[in-house]
Design a protein around this ligand. Structure first.
Ligand SMILES: [Fe+2]
Length: 400
C-alpha cells in the first residue's frame, strides 16, 4: 500500500475513533439522565469496539484488492452505513455544544424550560436514526435502481436526416465498485432494448486497476453486438499503472467499444453526418487531453459531439473556443448525494463543479453531465440513482 494512502488511513481511523467517542459520551449522558438501562450505551460501545478495527481492515482490504468478493463488498457497505450515518448526529451535537458555550450556564428556575430542553434532546436522538434509514436505502435500493432519463437537445443546423437521432449515454462505471454483475448486466440489456443510434460511454471504466475490467470482460463484450459505441477515458482509468493501461485500452476496444483518445470519427445516417470526437482526460492533475489533435479531423461543415469525462473542460476549453454542439461528460456522480427541494436539486458537489448533473446550455452549445453508474468511496447513492441517458437530437427551433 502506498505511504500516502497509509497515512490517510491512519488519520481517517483516528478521526473515526474521536467522532465515535464524542457520540458515545453524549449518548451515555442521555441514557443516564433518562435513567434507562445501561445496556443501551453498553451496546453502542460494543458495536463501536467491534467496528473500528473492522473498518480499518475493510479499508485496507479495498486498497489492496481492486477486484472484490461479495462478502467484502457488503462489509464495506455496512461499515460505511455505520460511519456516514453518524455525520448529522455529530454536527448537531457540535452545534448544541457551541450554543451551550455562549449561553450562560445557570440552573433555570422554571421546570418548563427543562421540559422543553429534554423534549428537544429526546427528539434529536430519535431523529439520529433517520440518517441510518436514508443511508441504508441509498446502499441497498437507490444504488441498484437504474433510471433512464430522456432529454431532447436542440442542435443548430442539424441535418434533416439526423433529426431524432438517439444517443444512449452511460458514464463512470467504476466496475470494481459493483458487488456482482447484476447491475451492469441489466444496464447493457436496457441499452440494447432502447435501440439508440449510438452509445456513448464517458470514462471511468475502472477505479484504479485493469483487473476490474477483466472480471467484467465477458459482459462488456455484449457491446460488440451494438453499432456505434464510442467512449473516452476518465481520470480513474489513468490510475491504472502505466504497465497495464495498454491492456485496459485493448480490452475496451476488443469489447466492441471504439475508444477515442484525442481523435474523432464520423457517424453517418443517410445523408447526415456527425463528428464524434473524444478527448482524453484533463483534470485532477492529469493533462492527457489534446484539443488540437482531437479536432484535427473534425469537419466544421457538420455538427460535432464531444466526449469529455470532466465537465470542467466545457467552461475552460469548449465554450466559444472549440466548436462542439454537444459535450457529453460524467465524473461528478452527482456527489452520490442529492437532495430535492421544490423541484430543485442540490448536492455538495455543486460547490466544486458548475455543471454537475443534467443539461446546461450556453447559446448554441450544450453539455450533458451524466451522474454515472458506479460509485467511488462509499458504495452508496443517496437521491441519485445510476443513470442511462437517452438523448434525442432535434433541430434548434424545436423546444426541449
Ligand atoms: Fe467517476
Amino acid at each position: 500500500m502506498p505511504e500516502k494512502i497509509k497515512i490517510s488511513l491512519l488519520i481517517f481511523s483516528i478521526l473515526q475513533f474521536l467522532l465515535d467517542l464524542y457520540i458515545f459520551k453524549n449518548w451515555k449522558k442521555f441514557i443516564l439522565q433518562k435513567k434507562w438501562s445501561n445496556s443501551y450505551y453498553q451496546f453502542y460501545l460494543a458495536v463501536s469496539i467491534i467496528l473500528l478495527p473492522l473498518s480499518i481492515y475493510t479499508a485496507n482490504y479495498h486498497f489492496n484488492n481492486p477486484v472484490r468478493d461479495t462478502f467484502h463488498s457488503y462489509l464495506l457497505m455496512f461499515v460505511n452505513i455505520w460511519w456516514i450515518s453518524k455525520i448529522p448526529s455529530v454536527l448537531s451535537l457540535l452545534l448544541k455544544d457551541i450554543i451551550s458555550l455562549f449561553i450562560k450556564k445557570k440552573k433555570p428556575k422554571e421546570t418548563s424550560f427543562e421540559k422543553r430542553r429534554d423534549f428537544l434532546v429526546s427528539t434529536g436522538w430519535t431523529l439520529a436514526a433517520v440518517p441510518y434509514l436514508i443511508t441504508t436505502n441509498g446502499a441497498l435500493n437507490t444504488k441498484n435502481d437504474i433510471k433512464v432519463k430522456t432529454i431532447s437537445v436542440p442542435i443548430l443546423n442539424l441535418h434533416p436526416d439526423l433529426h431524432n437521432t438517439w444517443i444512449a449515454q452511460i458514464s463512470d462505471l467504476h466496475l470494481g465498485s459493483f458487488f456482482d454483475d447484476k447491475l451492469m448486466s441489466r444496464t447493457i440489456d436496457k441499452i440494447n432494448s432502447l435501440g439508440a443510434d449510438m452509445v456513448m460511454i464517458t470514462g471511468d471504466f475502472v477505479n484504479y486497476d485493469h483487473r476490474e475490467y477483466e472480471k467484467f470482460y465477458k459482459l462488456m463484450k455484449k457491446f460488440s453486438k451494438m453499432k456505434n459505441v464510442f467512449a473516452c477515458l476518465g481520470n480513474h482509468d489513468h490510475y491504472v499503472s502505466s504497465k497495464y493501461i495498454g491492456d485496459l485500452k485493448d480490452m475496451i476496444n476488443s469489447s466492441g467499444i471504439d475508444l477515442l483518445i484525442n481523435e474523432s470519427r464520423v457517424f453517418e445516417k443517410n445523408k447526415g453526418r456527425l463528428n464524434i470526437a473524444g478527448i482524453d482526460n484533463i483534470g485532477h492533475g492529469q493533462n492527457y487531453g489534446d484539443f488540437n489533435k482531437t479536432f484535427l479531423n473534425v469537419d466544421n461543415a457538420f455538427n460535432t459531439i464531444l466526449l469529455a469525462h470532466d465537465p470542467r473542460n466545457w467552461d475552460q476549453s469548449i465554450i466559444s473556443k472549440r466548436y462542439a454542439d454537444l459535450t457529453l461528460s460524467g465524473h461528478t456522480h452527482g456527489g452520490q448525494l442529492v437532495f430535492e427541494f421544490m423541484n430543485e436539486r442540490f448536492s455538495p458537489v455543486q460547490f466544486i463543479y458548475k455543471q454537475w448533473a443534467g443539461l446546461y446550455t450556453n447559446t448554441e452549445q450544450h453539455i450533458y453531465v451524466n451522474t454515472g453508474l458506479g460509485t467511488v468511496g462509499p458504495p452508496i447513492r443517496i437521491g441519485v440513482a445510476p443513470e442511462i441517458t437517452m438523448i434525442r437530437l432535434v433541430p434548434s427551433n424545436v423546444l426541449t
